[in-house]
Design a protein around this ligand. Structure first.
Ligand SMILES: [Zn+2]
Length: 235
C-alpha cells in the first residue's frame, strides 16, 4: 500500500518523458522542492492535463514509489491569469519560478521561502505596475538570503571599513569591497551609493516599497549584472 501525500505547490517546470509522461518540478508548502511524475498526462483523456500548468498554485496529491513520486491528483487554486495577460509580468514570473527551480535543491520544508514565493506572485497578480523589474530583484535578493546567501552590504568584505564611495561588488565574496581591497586582475564591478541604497531597501523593506523605487536604465542594468554574477557563484 502506498501512502498518499497531500500538499499545495507552485508548478515550476515540466519535462516530457517517454510517450505520454511529464516530470514536474513543484515547489511545495510542506516538502520544499519535489519532482513528481505525471503518468499518461500528455494523453488527451488525462484529467490532470489542465490542472498542471506552469506557475499555477495547486492542491496536489502524490504517492511515493520505489522509483520516485507519482502525481495522483492536482486541482488548480490560482492560475495567475492576470499575470499571463501581461508580457512584462509573465517574463518576471518566469524568471522567478526559473530561479526557484535552479537554486532549491533539497526536499525540505521552508516556510519563509514558500511565503515569499506566494506573496510575490500574488503581488504581481494584483498590482498595477509600469514594469516589474524591481519585483524580480526584490524576490531575487530576499530568496537568496533565505537560502543562506545574504550579501554583506554594510562594510568592505576584506577590511571591514564602512564605505561611502568607490564601492565594488564582489560576487564571489558575497559582498562589497573598497577600491584598495578589491581583488586585482578580476573584472571590476563598481557600484554607486544609489545601487547600495536599492539593495538595502530590498533587504529591509517590503515588496510595496521595492516596487515604488524609480530606477535609471543604468541602475537597472547594473542590478541585472550583479544578480546574475552573484547567482553564478552559488550554482
Ligand atoms: Zn577594504
Amino acid at each position: 500500500m502506498f501512502v498518499n501525500y497531500k500538499t499545495s505547490g507552485i508548478f515550476l517546470k515540466k519535462i516530457d518523458k517517454g510517450e505520454a509522461n511529464q516530470l514536474f518540478t513543484i515547489y511545495t508548502k510542506d516538502f520544499g522542492r519535489l519532482e513528481v511524475m505525471g503518468k499518461g498526462i500528455r494523453k488527451m483523456a488525462s484529467k490532470l492535463r489542465s490542472q498542471t500548468r506552469i506557475l499555477s498554485f495547486s492542491d496536489i496529491e502524490f504517492i511515493q514509489g520505489k522509483a520516485g513520486k507519482t502525481l495522483t491528483d492536482s486541482r488548480i487554486k490560482e492560475k495567475f491569469e492576470k499575470i499571463s495577460l501581461d508580457l512584462d509580468k509573465t517574463e518576471t514570473a518566469e524568471k522567478i519560478v526559473g530561479l526557484v527551480a535552479l537554486t532549491v535543491r533539497g526536499q525540505e520544508r521552508d516556510e519563509k521561502s514558500w511565503q515569499l514565493l506566494l506573496e510575490t506572485l500574488y503581488f504581481l497578480k494584483k498590482t498595477e505596475l509600469r514594469e516589474s523589474h524591481a519585483v524580480y530583484q526584490y524576490f531575487f535578493w530576499n530568496f537568496m538570503a533565505g537560502l543562506g546567501y545574504r550579501p554583506q552590504l554594510d562594510v568592505c568584505c576584506f577590511c571591514l571599513r564602512k564605505l561611502a564611495n568607490e564601492i565594488y561588488f564582489e560576487p564571489a565574496e558575497g559582498g562589497i569591497s573598497c577600491k584598495s581591497c578589491r581583488p586585482k586582475g578580476e573584472r571590476d564591478c563598481p557600484i554607486d551609493a544609489g545601487i547600495l541604497r536599492i539593495l538595502r531597501v530590498f533587504e529591509k523593506s517590503d515588496l510595496e516599497a521595492a516596487a515604488r523605487i524609480k530606477f535609471s536604465l543604468n541602475q537597472k542594468n547594473k542590478l541585472e549584472t550583479i544578480s546574475t554574477s552573484f547567482l553564478s557563484t552559488i550554482l
